[in-house]
Ligand binder design. Structure first.
Ligand code: SG4
Ligand code: ZN
Length: 285
């Protein structure tokens, strides 16, 4: 993954297979979920979380130029299990994908449902026990379990108090390389939708190296945040604060009409990928 992949222009999603061959393979993510084709699976049940009522305070939060990411703090256990998983998983980190403030392209969330996109999507990345590094599990179809939560702006419902400390901390990681230790409490259990319904399928990391090692779970119902809270994500920048390499007036080379300049971290989603015969199953709460 030495080459510099990006979300727009040269080395954008259309060029990722040249950077990482798996990106051109047949079980990629994200996908559009066509609910008419989803197969309810009677064997599935509620996801089971252990330790998710503990605070994420003490975890490192940082801007890596592609997203803002919070690493789960060490010394505590955050475990995921449940029907349909072959084993237990440990939470590593969470991060976000979101649309630009004045984007004119479809997206924001990575996955879509009946071709509808949400404003943002949070991913909680878990690794299969007892493994600890992505390299160890890159050839296992279920080496990672990523939980996806759709975020939707609702100004009538106002700020989401459970996301406030997290998004406020995210906004402080303004430029690539900015990082600090989360001090305020964020409880992962309270970041999840109250309805337990979800979609399930096998796919990949949505960024290079695009390993086809992810058992995906997407909550059916979105969580709402306010427009002010979405703007906290939309304030983040791609480049380091000292960088003078931005060329905001250049047209995007991939033809996509990005709403903002090239240094805006927003619109950090990959276009949906072909299903190629994969089946999406579902649990309905
Ligand atoms: C984000 O770029 C994260 O920062 C990456 O985390 C993550 O890669 C990547 O997204 C892909 O994850 O849930 N969207 S996704 O499929 O977790 C990995 C790190 O680089 C390997 C640690
Ligand atoms: Zn992600």
């Amino acid at each position: 993954e030495g080459s510099e992949w990006k979300y727009k222009g040269t080395n954008g999603p259309q060029d990722w297979d040249a950077i990482a061959p798996a990106c051109g393979s047949t079980a990629q993510s994200p996908i559009d979920i066509d609910t008419g084709e989803v197969v309810p699976d009677e064997a599935l049940h509620f996801l089971e979380y252990t330790g998710y009522d503990q605070s994420l305070a003490g975890g490192k939060i940082f801007n890596n130029g592609h997203t803002v990411q919070l690493n789960f703090p060490g010394g505590k256990e955050f475990k995921l299990s449940g029907m349909g998983f072959n084993g237990t998983y440990t939470a590593l980190q969470l991060h976000f994908h979101w649309r630009a403030a004045n984007s004119t392209i479809d997206g924001g969330s990575e996955h879509s449902v009946n071709e509808k996109y949400y404003d943002a999507e949070m991913h909680i990345v878990h690794i299969k026990d007892p493994y600890t590094s992505t390299d160890e599990i890159k050839n296992m179809s279920n080496g990672l379990a990523v939980i996806g939560v759709f975020l939707e702006v609702s100004d009538s419902k106002g700020d989401n108090p459970f996301y406030e400390n997290l998004l406020d901390a995210a906004a402080q990681c303004k430029a690539k390389g900015d990082e600090f230790t989360l001090e305020k409490d964020v409880f992962p259990i309270s970041l999840l939708p109250s309805c337990g319904s979800y979609y399930r399928y096998f796919g990949s990391l949505t960024t290079p190296p695009c390993y086809e090692a992810v058992q995906w779970t997407l909550y059916k119902n979105p969580v709402t945040i306010s427009n002010r809270q979405l703007k906290l994500l939309q304030s983040l920048r791609v480049n380091q604060a000292s960088s003078t390499t931005t060329t905001g007036s250049e047209a995007p080379l991939d033809g996509r009409q990005h709403g903002n300049d090239d240094d805006d971290l927003s619109d950090n989603f990959r276009p949906t990928q072909p299903l190629n015969g994969r089946v999406v199953t579902a649990f309905y709460d």
